[in-house]
Design a protein around this ligand. Sequence first.
Ligand code: CMC
Length: 459
Amino acid sequence: MAQNSQSDKKFRLLDDRGELISELPVFAGALGFEVVDVRHLLDKAGYCTFDPSFGSTASCRSTITYIDGDKGILLHRGYPIDQLAEKSTYLEVAFLLLFGDLPNANELAQFGKDITYHTMVHEQLTRFYAGFPREAHPMAILSAVVSALSAFYPDSTDIFDPEQRLLSIHRLIAKMPTIAAMAYKNSVGQPFVYPQNHLDYSSNFLNMMFAVPAETYKVNPVFAKAINALLIVQADHEQNASTSTVRTVGSTRANPFASISAGIAALWGPLHGGANEAVLAMLEQIGDKKNISEFIKRAKDKNDSFRLMGFGHRVYKSYDPRARVMQKICDEVLHEVGADNDPLLALARELERIALADDYFVERKLYPNVDFYSGIVQRAIGIPVKMFTALFAIARTAGWLAQWKEMIEDPDQRIARPRQLYCGESPRDYVALEERKSLTDTAAKVHRPMPSEPAIVGH
Ligand code: CMC
């Protein structure tokens, strides 16, 4: 893989008597921090590393996306996110993520054709929707239907055949907007709108969402531009929770439809892609500028589960560059719909101003993330709140697939299989049924809380 080198530096891991436990190689990436190679620590030295939420663990090599969280930089294949969002189309970015560079005119035309010719779904698949309740969450439908695609396309599930991989990639990028828009149409009892190949990717999505057979629907170009930017800023974000899920599931050699379906499920959570839905609910709950201080107080209270949704990030410790792009798009869309003075946007801006001046948020480097403004944009376009995360999933499909493809093509990658720090019972003899105490008697023991910090050896 390009631009990755083992540096001359080595880490010497010593025990408390100064005895050498292991000498660990160090890798220097093309950009960013150096990485200590602990792959052979267990077999060579009998020690594991402990990093439950992977905060200090690089799980793979990658050449797709680079984030500098301290400086608020996000690059795809070296290109800054703001330039991509302003100048390119989502399909150009998808090509960039998948193949390493921006397409030339011929490549783009061919890629566009490959995608548009796969936008329809098998007619039999449309019957799945009748089985879902009208109020079903679109993410539940998306995850189920994407998984079901493997039943319809067994000709593209051989992950070791590059042509089949590419065919699955085209199918997934092409069909995601169709499947998501169908979920919406099903929820409102309107007929499905078939994809239109003369429309660009974003306009086609808007058409499938809002057109009805009874009248002509004209896609608003400002909305299409906003959706295009939204798709681009959400297209990839290196090894986040859903992407790591896709890589983990894919590492078992499951087919790509199953892997992407798992990614959709992971994205759904409110700490991840579900945050955009939660931001809007939070702003509506706050309701008025006069209530902001009360909610800020709650967000800071450790005994209250309330968090400021759309704030904070595992990697960004400064302003999320995607949020900056979204702020600008937000202004354009609200201006287009004649809502320059939208009270929800005013509330969001005031909330941001107050939080960014508050010591709690300053000390923890909590800034607005991509989801803080994206919900306001989508709401102004008329996209229902329940569809926000589905739109995120459409966007992230390109990133998931690029990362999945990279993983399959990486000779170093094996099945993902972390180890654990076992904190349970020591070996004990089996207890006969009549001798067992009830769980309630032993509740204190059985439900013994997990130690928040593992015991430190030698202390
Ligand atoms: N509101 C209040 N306090 C917060 C928040 C928040 N939104 N985010 C983090 N903190 C506090 C947290 O309580 C902790 O405080 P302390 O050190 O006193 O215990 C400190 O900041 C560090 O937080 P953490 O939970 O250890 O950080 P993390 O890296 O595990 O979590 C996060 C990152 C995004 C899950 C978290 O910031 C959060 O829950 N944010 C709200 C949900 C959200 O907006 N998610 C969308 C992320 S961007 C879209 C995407 O890519 O998925």
